[in-house]
Ligand binder design. Structure first.
Ligand SMILES: Nc1nc2c(c(=O)[nH]1)N[C@H]1C(S)=C(S)[C@@H](COP(=O)(O)OP(=O)(O)OC[C@H]3O[C@@H](n4cnc5c(=O)[nH]c(N)nc54)[C@H](O)[C@@H]3O)O[C@H]1N2
Ligand SMILES: Nc1nc2c(c(=O)[nH]1)N[C@H]1C(S)=C(S)[C@@H](COP(=O)(O)OP(=O)(O)OC[C@H]3O[C@@H](n4cnc5c(=O)[nH]c(N)nc54)[C@H](O)[C@@H]3O)O[C@H]1N2
Ligand SMILES: [Mo]
Length: 766
């Protein structure tokens, strides 16, 4: 694989340039938010929106009459703060969406896709909002305007050329509304395929698979009200200070009620150490609230070893002192405890301790605490899901909760903290590559066609299909597939193999530059923008509550369409006006889409009325402690194996993580304030003893490489930063390091790429 590839004479590069931008280092922070958080929020919004628009916009974000933050999926409290219900990074998300800058005809006349592809991801993102539909012809290097109707006809004619509907791929990123996602899923099934890869394939799919198998529902069981009631909250493989800042207030409420927090992470993330709440006047003065009570600095991907150790210790205490496990719960509600306890005997404590690298004193404290408490919540995110054993990581957490009877009661349960603001809703209303017989039969009854019964491609298999020439049209409802997926150069080749790639987007990104032979950009309204009169959309948050969202800002351009309108436009062009489903009508009347969702899914009774008011929770059997639908009617203990990384002396395990100034592939800025890294993203965090061993000094430049099945993948020019990270482990930022993640290595069952445990070598630049 080379760094550039010629398609139709277009010499575009799939990678952000490997130049350095002028690094500055400070000590890592020891608290989250506070005054620096407010300053950063306002400086981003003032720069993109000006002072007046900033204040007006932030005031209605996440309020009942306003719009849902386009950032993360953390829920809004029922009692909203008078100081605004948003966080620093939500403010940055809005600054990106509501910017004054525009990508218009003049922009694309000036810059070819080749030129733009040499810009950094940061620069591409800062070009502004896409103002009208654009076409890139096979023989051209510049996008040109195209009418909406011509764009829809072009898509329809390419789809009709395919030998089979399975030659088209329909990706979804998690910012779409329930209404857009449902209509999209309906169109794709009516078209005839289940090729619906989704960003959650790269994200919480491991959680969905593990939770469904063990507890009968692929979603978390807690609500926001459980946080103040929990005696212990474990935060595993998650960096909420950056990625879910409003979660820190929920943790604070637990602490205020004398709850305890155990954090398990290879890095001591600032937001979890201490929190100065920017939404409380007294939160900004003083020392704030200490959050983490016990920090367990686990080695990358050794969470199963650590959790097994905890389970073993708890089992021993239960035997000697009793009253540690909840046997009433275990007997009534679970199956498989005997096999689990027997399996724990196969492991020696010393081996487990060495493997996870945990300090014994901290471990003892954690075990002592967990032994006594009955109401435990476990929160987790990408640190657990993006490994080969991602599903087992989560099953081991479920084991702990089941032993303690910590499911289906107040102040206890599972909390997979979702990423994109509506990733959970998109899945609920039918975006999935697998087949749900119940959904298929409901669609058949309501829409009089037979949905396809063959499972479709998920993300990693879509990439392979395009690479192998088995899929030729790629359509994306949001997202930045090229840069978000693993193995950037391989994914680039896959996309470039397509006859047509279509991106329904708000902002320019690299997936608009590394394209199929023909490419379309269809610009859409952002969450914050006013739709046509009377219309509103709905989303589902990370805790299963569906509620409305209504934009208030004038649209970035008059020539934008809403997502449902775009999906309907494509569907109508493909099926024609006489089709028995009136696509145009559905696309323009969201109440009608909601009526259809209500007819297909039993949970959505009185959808429009209920979402317009306070919103409503979807049913959740785990929350109720009802496992009757599982085999034998019981929740399931699982036996999880230890991961097996046989690293050679010169190899490291590397995690690819988010900096404080990005939302996935959108780079807000070049600072990672909490980690003390400023004005640079090409960095690799490394243990000082490892640096000594490799004769590396602070800020030396290195190349990273991964070697899977004899293929070498390289990422060049990373500056070494000494950091408190376990020996043998490294951390780099996503998406710069995605080029190293092999497309064909992913979690068992969930197929989530191994973005948090890539085996790499490093080479010093001379
Ligand atoms: N501002 C902002 N908000 C976001 C996003 C964003 O990019 N920016 N992205 C959104 C999305 S889509 C998602 S999915 C979430 C992501 O939210 P997170 O999962 O918090 O994001 P990551 O930066 O990937 O961080 C993973 C954390 O896991 C730790 N970790 C890595 N490997 C391991 C391991 O093996 N074991 C343990 N115990 N820990 C490990 C890392 O040190 C890091 O603290 O955030 C959402 N919210
Ligand atoms: N190495 C590595 N890779 C990863 C991860 C990792 O931790 N490490 N994390 C993975 C995770 S958790 C995820 S979720 C994926 C994210 O994958 P994606 O969801 O595909 O990526 P994003 O960067 O969130 O997509 C950003 C683009 O979405 C478009 N957009 C923004 N808002 C809207 C909207 O309202 N409507 C529409 N139609 N478009 C909009 C904009 O054009 C923007 O450029 O990446 C995954 N990739
Ligand atoms: Mo995600």
């Amino acid at each position: 694989m080379s760094n550039t590839r010629n398609v139709s004479d277009r010499n575009v590069t799939p990678l952000t340039p490997s130049k350095h931008t002028g690094i500055k280092l400070k000590d890592p922070a020891d608290y989250g938010a506070g005054v620096p958080g407010i300053k950063a929020a306002l400086s981003h919004t003032f720069k993109e929106l000006g002072v007046f628009k900033s204040i007006k916009t932030l005031a209605v974000m996440n309020q009942k009459e306003g719009f849902d933050c386009p950032g993360c999926a953390w829920p809004d409290p029922d009692k909203r703060s008078n100081l605004g219900e948003f966080c620093e990074n939500g403010a940055k998300a809005i600054a990106e969406e509501a910017t004054f800058k525009r990508v218009d005809k003049a922009f694309f006349e000036k810059y070819s896709v080749e030129t733009l592809s040499n810009w950094s991801d940061f620069e591409i993102g800062k070009s502004g909002r896409i103002a009208e539909p654009f076409l890139l012809r096979p023989d051209s290097k510049h996008y040109e305007p195209i009418s909406w109707e011509a764009a829809f006809q072009l898509i329809a004619s390419e789809l009709k050329k395919l030998a089979s509907p399975d030659e088209a791929i329909f990706y979804t990123s998690g910012r779409s509304s329930n209404e857009a996602a449902f209509l999209y899923g309906l169109f794709v099934r009516a078209f005839g395929t289940n090729n619906m890869p989704d960003c959650s394939n790269m994200c919480h799919e491991s959680s969905g698979v593990a939770l469904k198998e063990t507890l009968g529902i692929g979603k978390g069981s807690v609500t926001l009200e459980d946080f103040p009631k929990a005696e212990v909250i474990m935060v595993i493989g998650q960096n909420p200070g950056t990625n879910h800042p409003r979660m820190l207030s929920a943790l604070q409420k637990c602490k205020n009620n004398r709850g305890k927090i155990i954090t398990i992470n290879p890095l001591e993330e600032a937001g979890l150490i201490r929190f100065k709440n920017p939404q409380q006047v007294n939160g900004l003065a003083g020392n704030g609230t200490a959050l983490t009570d016990i920090f367990l600095q686990v080695k990358i991907n050794q969470d199963v070893a650590l959790l097994k150790l905890i389970l073993k210790r708890l089992a021993a205490l239960d035997k000697s002192e009793g009253n540690v496990f909840d046997y009433d719960f275990i007997q009534q509600k679970t199956q498989g405890i005997e096999a689990l306890l027997k399996d724990l005997d196969n492991y020696s404590e010393d081996e487990l301790l060495a493997q996870c690298g945990i300090d014994k004193t901290a471990l003892n404290k954690a075990v002592e605490l967990l032994a006594k408490k009955k109401r435990i919540i476990i929160c987790w995110a990408m640190g657990l899901t993006q490994h080969k054993n991602g599903v087992e990581n989560i099953k081991e957490c479920v084991n702990l909760l089941l032993l303690k009877g910590s499911i289906g009661k107040k102040g206890a349960g599972t909390c997979p903290v979702r990423g994109h603001s509506n990733v959970q809703g998109d899945r609920t209303v039918g975006i999935m590559h697998y087949v749900s017989p119940i959904l298929n039969s409901a669609i058949k009854n309501n829409f009089q066609f037979d949905p396809p019964e063959k499972p479709g491609f998920d993300t990693v298999h879509s990439i392979k299909a395009m690479h192998d020439g088995k899929a030729k049209v790629f359509i994306a409802l949001g997202g930045n597939f090229l840069s978000a997926a693993s193995d950037t150069l391989y994914t680039a080749e896959a996309l470039q193999n397509c006859d047509l790639t279509v991106q329904i987007s708000t902002k320019l990104n690299r997936s608009h530059l590394v394209t199929g032979k023909t490419a379309l950009i269809l610009p859409t309204l952002g969450r914050s923008e006013k739709d046509k009169k009377g219309r509103f959309l709905t989303v589902e948050n990370s805790m299963g509550k569906v509620h409305r969202t209504k934009g208030i800002l004038p649209p970035a351009s008059e020539n934008l369409m809403s997502e449902p309108e775009i999906v309907a436009g494509i569907a109508q062009a493909y099926f024609g006006k006489e089709h028995h489903i009136n696509w145009q009508e559905l696309g323009s009347n969201y109440d009608l889409i909601r009526e259809k969702i209500e007819a297909v899914f039993s949970d959505f009774k009185n959808y429009t009325q209920r979402s317009a008011k306070t919103g409503f929770y979807l049913s959740n059997n785990a929350r109720e402690g009802d496992f009757s639908k599982l085999p034998d009617g019981k929740a399931k203990f699982s036996i999880c194996n230890l991961p097996d990384h046989q690293l050679k002396a010169d190899e490291f395990l590397m995690m690819t993580i988010r900096s404080h100034d990005q939302f996935n592939t959108t780079i807000y800025g070049l600072n990672d304030r909490y980690r003390g890294i400023y004005n640079e993203r090409r960095v690799v965090l490394m243990n000082e003893q490892d640096m000594e061993r490799l004769h590396l000094k602070k800020l030396d430049s290195v190349d990273l490489s991964s070697h899977y099945e004899e293929i070498e993948r390289r990422a060049e020019n990373f500056l070494v930063i000494p950091y408190k990270i376990p020996q043998g482990n490294l951390a780099t930022y996503f998406p710069e390091a995605n080029v190293l993640v092999p497309y064909n290595h992913f979690a068992k069952k969930s197929h989530t790429p191994i973005s948090k445990s890539v085996v790499v070598k490093m080479e010093k630049k001379i």
